[in-house]
Write a protein that binds this ligand. Sequence first.
Ligand code: FE2
Length: 280
Amino acid sequence: MKRRKFIKKTALGTAALGLLGGMYTWKVEPFWLEFVKKKMPIQNLPKELVGKTLMQISDIHVGNRFDYQYIIDSFKKAQKFNPDFVVYTGDYVHYENKEQYKQLNEVLKHIVKGKLGTVGILGNHDYGKEWMEQDVADKISNQLENSGVKVLINEATEIEGLNIMGIDDFWSLNFDHKKALKNYDKSKANLVLCHNPDVCDLEGWNNYQGWILSGHTHGGQCKPPFLPPPMLPVKNKRYTSGKIDLNDGRTLYINRAIGHLWQVRFNVRPEVTIFKLEKA
Ligand SMILES: [Fe+2]
């Protein structure tokens, strides 16, 4: 009798724990945003930019997979940091149909902008179904531009002496990292935006030295403690999240994303990164 009671209690306890864990993974962690602060040493940084902040926001994934009021609320929290630069590293929507344009417009009313500049690149989801729809990418780019985000399609822009090169998405119709890096000038203060970190392993970086900001992986969204996440949409499984030294003068930073593909996160909280610029 005693043993049977014990087994029953253990089973009930395990079920309750499982339920709690499930609720946490579904309802709590996906919306538990973390502002991660990092230093970003840049070669040739003009002295006027020393100490300025650069905020990275990635993968907002506006659509029907989760309540995007969370993105609006997160933007409101991010505004309070009053960043000097804001960079968006792609995947603005979870594209299903034209409804996402309306939803994105709603969110873009609250967009976080930098005092000095706001720049973005596109991700695979911004290219619609199978990443093949140019008209979807054009529409999303227009919406971003109208909201004050300069969208870089394999091109560069210089703001207050910081040269930002934006690579269009790896899986998209227009991917051309060589074009984006063609005019790379080592004597400038440079930064690269690249949605998918797998691009780092390709040839054609024109001896680029400096930081590369990526998104795309969402950090894997769920990860057992002390182990790598089991699901990552990249070939190079080293590219999970955080700062990775590529050992050739390039430093990769992969943001864990603010939104998600599925409303589940465990041990991989959503992230907005705030870099403080310094001279390398
Ligand atoms: Fe994404």
